[in-house]
Ligand binder design. Structure first.
Ligand code: NAD
Ligand code: 6OD
Length: 494
């Protein structure tokens, strides 16, 4: 029942690090465990501080080598080859991503891996098309001067990725960093090392010079992550993960004043007005709450529904949640497992807390029983809660699982106030058929991204990021190129 269509690419061999073009698979290892049944998938080579140092030195050396002399067009052609090679090895990438995360085959194919390849192509195109500024100026002697800017790389860039969309989020940063001419040391989450290890193979296969892309595996504190972000010769850090981790990285990076781009946690709101298309709002909210088992930073964990529609909306959402098929990636399920047993414990602690905080569990609230090997996995029931106070911890804290709280509101003003009453500020979804209200409410959301009458609709040229605890800076399109470049002005006296 759980058989994989394509074999796990690292079965029977340890996952290596890639440092200066050399695959390293000696030293300490840790285990990569399947969230589907708790089985051991592979062992992973953990980079210690010495190996991270070698990776950073290799990256610095690569910047001084042939990579540093390539034109933007040559670099970007190489990145297009990376995209092509990912597509040629598509099924292996899908299999690796699914093995690590348990996510559905459909999602891994249509989103995670497809977007991984698209990220390389999109940033190759954007970097090739980018122009530069030019300012003519007057000078006292009347001869004038010409200022023009050139986009230089920032240098050695650390990319640190989370486990929820491992390949999409790793390539989302690696692609623009390389397109801008940097050298990268990447660290995937310890939970999801496999697709990054395949990417390392692809980089070698298409001829990316040694040291341009380095891969180190490991954990955060006391391991590869901490060694990387505190390394004095790393110039910039592009990080996606929890807000508290972002704060810790900021402290580590302070001494050497590194450039930082952070995509962090969220406690996103969906606002459903009574004039919304009911079916569209329900099915869109189903997606925004339960996609990837609620493990998308953009997911809605707080749903506010205008009072006349509230009861009907809760009923219909609960009906949809009860119909979701929970199961392994190759079973046509709607909902895979959480990433790990440890994360399930955290999410279950919020299910318990919701009851303690006097919420009503409308559906879900527990763990499914299968009576087979999946009971060794990290599956959990999709859960809908009502009746919590707005200052309840379940309404305030990011849970990162398949759960939402649905609360009623009585006016547009109150809806806006409730949505903004959070320390996070990543996304909001607004459901209404009133065009004026849509624009008015969207602008008042204290977030980086708003969807009106949809959710997670992406154009890669748009600014991506959050405000408040949800992040620092913007990536996406030219915003990524700006972060990964150091513009230099050249002033020529005429
Ligand atoms: P996490 O912060 O625990 O880990 C993310 C990465 O940071 C991992 O690779 C981890 O090993 C590393 N890390 C941990 N501590 C570190 C340290 N002190 N120094 C250096 N590296 C360290 O996050 P996670 O649990 O992997 O991912 C889930 C979180 O990510 C959620 O909060 C979610 O909202 C957030 N997220 C945000 C976005 C976004 O775009 N805003 C996208 C995806 C996930
Ligand atoms: O789609 C993207 O580009 C993106 N960065 C998605 C982030 C999802 C967070 O879990």
């Amino acid at each position: 029942m759980l058989t994989q269509a394509y074999p796990y690419p690292f079965a029977g061999r340890p996952l290596p690090c890639l440092v200066g073009g050399e695959l390293v698979s000696h030293g300490r290892t840790f285990e990569n465990i399947s969230p589907v049944n708790g089985a051991l998938l592979a062992t992973v080579t953990e980079a210690d501080a010495a190996l991270v140092d070698r990776a950073v030195r290799a990256a610095r050396a690569a910047l001084r080598g042939p990579w540093g002399r390539l034109s933007t067009a040559e670099r970007c052609n190489l990145l297009r080859k990376v995209a092509e090679r990912i597509e040629q090895r598509f099924d292996e990438f899908v299999s690796a991503e699914i093995a690590d995360t348990g996510k559905t085959l459909e999602q891994a194919r249509s989103l995670d891996i497809a977007r991984g390849a698209a990220n390389f192509r999109a940033y190759a195109d954007l970097a090739t098309a980018r122009g530069s500024e030019c300012f003519e100026m007057a000078t006292p002697d009347g001869r004038g001067a010409l200022n023009y800017s050139v986009h230089k790389p920032v240098g050695v860039v650390a990319v640190i990725a989370p486990w929820n969309m491992p390949f999409l989020l790793m390539t989302w940063k690696v692609a623009p960093a390389l397109a801008c001419g940097n050298a990268v040391v990447a660290k995937p989450s310890e939970e999801t090392p496999s697709s990054a290890a395949l990417l390392a193979e692809v980089m070698q296969e298409v001829g990316v010079p040694p040291g341009v892309f380095n891969l180190v595996h490991g954990f955060g504190p006391g391991s590869a992550g901490e060694a990387l972000v505190s390394h004095p010769d790393v110039n910039a850090i592009a990080f996606t993960g929890e807000s508290a981790t972002g704060a810790a990285i900021m402290r580590s990076a302070a001494d050497s004043v590194k450039a930082l781009s952070f995509e962090l946690g969220g406690k996103n709101a969906a606002l459903v007005f009574a004039d919304a298309d009911f079916e569209a709002a329900v099915s869109g909210t189903m997606r925004s709450v339960f996609s990837n088992c609620g493990q998308v930073c953009l997911c809605s964990e707080r749903v506010y529904v205008e009072r006349p529609m509230h009861a009907r909306f809760v009923d219909e959402l609960a009906r949809g949640a009860r119909r979701l098929k929970i199961g392994g990636p190759y079973e046509g399920a709607d909902l895979g497992p959480l990433i790990s047993r440890a994360h399930r414990e955290k999410v279950l602690s919020y299910y318990r807390l919701a009851r303690e905080e006097h919420g009503e569990i409308v559906c879900g609230g527990g763990v499914p029983a299968f009576g087979d090997e999946r009971d060794g996995g990290a599956f959990i029931e999709p859960t809908i809660v009502t009746g919590l106070a707005e200052d309840a911890r379940c309404v305030k804290e990011e849970i990162f699982g398949p759960i939402c709280h649905v609360a009623p509101f009585d006016s547009e003003e109150q809806a806006v106030q409730m949505a903004n009453a959070t320390r996070y500020g990543l996304t909001a979804a607004v459901w209404t058929s009133n065009l004026q209200r849509a624009h008015r409410v969207a602008r008042q959301m204290e977030v980086g991204m708003v969807w009106v009458n949809d959710w997670y609709l992406r154009d890669l040229r748009t600014p991506f990021g959050g405000v408040k605890l949800s992040g620092l800076g913007r990536e996406g399109g030219m915003h990524s190129l700006a972060f990964f470049s150091a513009p230099m002005n050249i002033c020529v006296k005429l």
